[in-house]
Design a protein around this ligand. Structure first.
Ligand code: PMP
Length: 416
């Protein structure tokens, strides 16, 4: 039964049981309409309410003013689709601004374009993938690597290089500066918004920052004003797989080139489902959106709001992850933390390895087997890196983490 297992999977992740219980009823008969929520038209008033409300919960939780400066849209295609979308839309914004500045003179834009860069901070597998997509769409010459954490760490992820060592291009040439706030596979999280990416308010050539918050959204306060776009797949901290929440600065929507301009400049034209202005102007309903997933997200966020909001969840995340890191650090003959720089340790995904037993025994296999017997599930590391990974997302209870920590202590003691 559900109560008998604790689940620390990296995504899809645990969802609050009460939300799922209500959702199962809603799948059969939503609000006494005689129809399940997944059967109602996405264009019905009922669906539109669900959408508006979910967007509002999101804004309230992240303290985003209702002054029209930011728009929330719901998209499909996961975080991965955003790797492409941000490139299309931010390069579009860069081009259209240049075009306006040069009074519509395409030749001048073409000349400027030679130096245009999408800037990437590489701190793990997901930011790397995003940068590879930019290179695929635009060519390597338009991708600039601000940092590659592996180069400063013997070929492995696990650190965030000091800002003095970052190579940023001139702001006027930067179409976007991209970072992954929490690297889900590698366990590296930015402690706070990087100073080096700050722009003064109203600066003409601002650096437009993109934050992938797929695995740590709504787990701590965020100063949204510092970002041009924040995106997050729902399946870790917000809800079910199927929707991605995208927060976009409104000015980007209002300044996009025509396909004719893009074609003339040999730039890729965004597929319509990745074109932010199209989705925004149709209130995320350019096509059939899975309203069931939006409903779940809304219910999760509503619960978050009534249980103390992001501040409370941030405090819990700190307690949960520190207790896991503590048992790892205190038992070095059994566990090794993957991230040794405590400043950049992820509060969401705690990565570790098992030391080989004294007699050369593979403790890892034994650890996972014993954990599973105790109903502690989803703690294997990503298939690309191995080891263990404990994901402490919002819906993972403190009592579940306490159970796991107790098991780890006991396991370590047994090894002597
Ligand atoms: N970014 C991050 C930080 C992720 O953790 C993931 C998936 N785990 C993705 C992007 C890709 O998301 P999706 O599988 O929804 O495309």
């Amino acid at each position: 039964a559900r109560e008998q297992v604790s689940y620390f999977g990296a995504g899809p992740a645990r969802l609050p049981t009460s939300v799922l219980a209500n959702a199962s009823a809603a799948l059969l008969n939503y609000n006494n309409t005689g129809l399940g929520i997944a059967e109602h038209s996405h264009r019905s008033a009922l669906s539109s309410n669900i959408l508006t409300q979910a967007a509002q919960y999101f804004k309230t939780l992240l303290n985003i003013p209702n002054d029209d400066s930011y728009t929330v849209i719901f998209m499909q295609g996961g975080g991965t689709t955003q790797f492409s979308s941000v490139v299309y839309n931010l390069v579009g914004y860069w081009v259209e601004r240049r075009l306006r500045k040069h009074g519509g003179d395409l030749e001048k834009v073409r000349a400027d374009l030679k130096d245009m860069k999408c800037e990437y901070l590489l701190t793990g597998g997901w930011s790397l993938k995003a940068s590879q997509e930019a290179a695929r769409l635009l060519g390597d010459e338009h991708v600039s690597i601000v940092i590659d954490a592996r180069k400063a760490n013997g070929g492995k992820w696990g650190i965030i290089p000091e800002e003095k060592d970052w190579s940023l291009v001139e702001k006027k040439d930067s179409a976007l500066a991209y970072f992954c706030d929490n690297e889900t596979v590698d366990g590296v999280e930015f402690p706070s918004f990087p100073n080096a990416l700050e722009s003064a308010e109203g600066e003409e050539d601002e650096r437009l920052v993109i934050g992938d918050m797929s695995s740590n959204i709504l787990s701590r306060p965020v100063d949204a004003k510092k970002y041009a776009v924040i995106f997050a797949g729902a399946q870790k901290n917000i809800g079910t797989t199927g929707i991605t929440i995208v927060l976009i600065r409104k000015s980007i929507l209002d300044c996009q080139p025509s396909p004719v301009t893009l074609r003339a400049l040999n730039l890729p034209i965004p597929p319509i489902m990745m074109h932010y202005p199209t989705l925004a102007s149709s209130s995320s309903l350019y096509n059939t959106l899975p309203i069931f997933d939006v409903y779940i997200a809304g219910e999760v966020m509503s619960q978050l709001l009534t249980s103390g909001g992001v501040a409370a969840i941030a405090a819990a995340a700190e307690r949960k992850s520190s207790s896991v890191y503590e048992v790892i650090d205190k038992n070095p003959t059994v566990f090794t933390p993957v991230i040794t720089d405590t400043r950049v340790r992820s509060r969401m995904n705690v990565c570790f390895r098992l030391v080989k037993g004294k007699d050369g025994r593979d403790l890892e296999k034994q650890f996972f087997e014993e954990a599973e017997k105790k109903g502690l599930l989803g703690i294997k590391g990503h298939r690309s890196v191995g080891g263990g990974r404990i994901s402490c997302y919002n819906a993972v209870g403190e009592e579940e983490v306490a159970k796991l920590v107790a098991f780890m202590k006991e396991f370590a003691t047994k090894q002597g």
